[in-house]
Structure formats: C-alpha cells, structure tokens
Design a protein around this ligand. Structure first.
Ligand SMILES: [Zn+2]
Length: 162
C-alpha cells in the first residue's frame, strides 16, 4: 500500500495529529479528518507434499534466502481462495487441504499476512515468470529461509505440529 500524502477528499497535503490515545496519525486540517493507514491483507503459503516443502525465489532477489508462495488478497476474495489461487498461479500445483497456521504482521510494509499450510499430492512445478526458482526441500529446521521471517515462523510452526 502506498502511504497517503494528500487528503482523499480535498487534496490538501496531510499533516500529523496526535490523538487522545497518544498515537500519531495523518490529518487534514481542512476537512478535520483523520486518515488511518490500514494494513493490506496478504497470504503466505507453505506448500507441502508429505515431508517436502516448496520454496521459491523471485527474480531479482539479491539475498541468498528462499521464501514461500505469497501474494495479496484481491477484492471480493476470501483468504482461502487467495491462497489456492497464488499457489496455482506461481507453481501450477493443485492443493487439496488448506490449514490456517496463524496471522503475522510486517509493520514496515503495512502488511497483515495470513499463513497457510497447503497440502498437495502433485510434484511437477510449472513456475510462473515472476519466479527464478521453485524447488522441493525436505522439511527440517535448517531450510534456507531468512531467520525470524514470517516464512521461517511458519515452518517452525509446521514442524512443531508434527
Ligand atoms: Zn481535506
């Protein structure tokens, strides 16, 4: 989500206002209106086939880590529909069971992420053009994921539930 700079009603540049609860929010003095930054909802999905997990790398990543399938929830879509759609778009894999593992926030990006485990019995990946790689790894706690990332937390949760 783009941070709001101008009033959506009158176009005046927003200032900051300290509210009664101490929080600081964007404010239009012309309209006397406070704009709250709303988190953008997204899904992040661990695609699992028995003891294997699918990790991906997007084109252009400079860091050495892998990630999980993820994407924004579209208007009118449930989180479950978004999870199945993103898996299918990015990897071509069908999923037969979706389990919500938890929700996570990424504050610096205004994201609310809903974490899923999606089970599949297919192996063959048809990766989207956004991905540089998509490969199956054996599920274990030493996967090449960024420490303390949402993806890492999700894998720890899956492993602790076994
Ligand atoms: Zn205004």
């Amino acid at each position: 989500m783009k941070p709001l700079k101008y009033c959506q009603f009158c176009g005046k540049k927003l200032s900051l206002k300290t509210l009664l609860d101490g929080s600081v929010e964007k404010y239009c003095s012309e309209c006397d209106y406070v704009f709250f930054d709303e988190p953008s909802p997204a899904v992040i999905v661990a695609v699992v086939n028995n003891n294997k997990i699918l990790l991906t790398r997007s084109i252009g990543w400079q860091h050495p880590y892998w990630g999980l399938v993820a994407g924004h929830i579209q208007r009118g879509e449930t989180a479950e529909e978004a999870a199945a759609r993103e898996v299918n778009e990015e990897t071509g894999l069908p999923t037969y069971r979706l389990t919500i593992l938890g929700t996570y926030t990424v504050k610096e990006r205004d994201l609310l992420m809903i974490g899923f485990k999606a089970e599949t019995n297919a192996n063959k990946v048809r990766r989207s053009r956004e991905l540089e790689s998509a490969e199956w790894f054996t599920l274990n706690k030493h996967l090449p994921l960024r420490p303390n990332s949402v993806a890492h937390k999700i894998v720890v949760k899956i492993l602790s539930g076994r």
